[in-house]
Design a protein around this ligand. Structure first.
Ligand SMILES: Cc1cc2nc3c(=O)[nH]c(=O)nc-3n(C[C@H](O)[C@H](O)[C@H](O)COP(=O)(O)O)c2cc1C
Length: 190
């Protein structure tokens, strides 16, 4: 079972990337294989001009094709998801999210656009063939704060909601059964 995580902020020091790193750590702790793609680590030209021959883009498309689940996180920009995330989504083939569980997250500077996942992101995910999109998590940026080492840390209230969404994600995956002490236990179906 593998999960691809996509962070959609062009910012180098990014709350969105911190949220993705937080989820990645939680999934790995449970023994889940993950791969993270941060839009701020791609070559901008390759993404903007959709260079399908670029190794990083080949790797990204392959990882999505093989993934059982995709977690995607975006900052709210102008009441919608980021243009940078849209560029990454546009690299996915038509219906490329079919059969995958998708967990969307957004973070914004206010609660004015807390429905952004529903009114902006979900229609795009639907166009990509995703039929199992979880309700997702909206995080106010006040809940992601810099520590003394200038690293973003996710606050307790947001952590708790994200952890519940991770449980929901794992429960939605078909080859996972109940939680054993060491993490998630694979269940073989005849
Ligand atoms: C260009 C721009 C537009 C933004 N528009 C909104 C907005 O419409 N609504 C909102 O709640 N926050 C808005 N914000 C605030 C960001 O969503 C917030 O700072 C977020 O935490 C940024 O995430 P990041 O650090 O991963 O880039 C905007 C920020 C920028 C830079």
């Amino acid at each position: 079972m593998s999960v691809v995580l996509i962070a959609g902020s062009p910012g180098r020091l990014s709350r969105t990337s911190a949220l993705v790193a937080f989820i990645d750590a939680q999934l790995r702790e449970k023994g889940v294989e993950t791969q993270v793609f941060n839009v701020n680590e791609f070559d901008g030209n390759e993404v903007f001009f959709a260079d399908f021959s670029a190794p990083q883009i080949i790797d990204y498309r392959d990882a999505i094709a093989k993934a059982d689940a995709v977690v995607l996180a975006t900052p709210v920009y102008q009441a919608s998801f980021s243009g940078a995330l849209k560029l990454l989504l546009d690299l996915i083939p038509e219906r490329g999210l079919k059969g995958k569980v998708v967990l969307p997250l957004a973070n914004g500077g206010s609660d004015s656009h807390l429905l952004v996942i529903d009114y902006a992101l979900k229609p795009v995910l639907s166009a990509l063939g995703a039929s199992n999109v979880l309700s997702g998590v909206y995080v106010n940026s006040r809940q992601v704060t810099l520590d003394g080492d200038k690293q973003y840390q996710v606050g307790d209230e947001a952590s708790a909601r994200i952890q519940r969404s991770i449980e929901e994600l794992l429960e939605a995956l078909p080859d996972l059964g109940s939680i054993s002490e060491g993490g998630y236990r694979r269940v073989a179906y005849a």
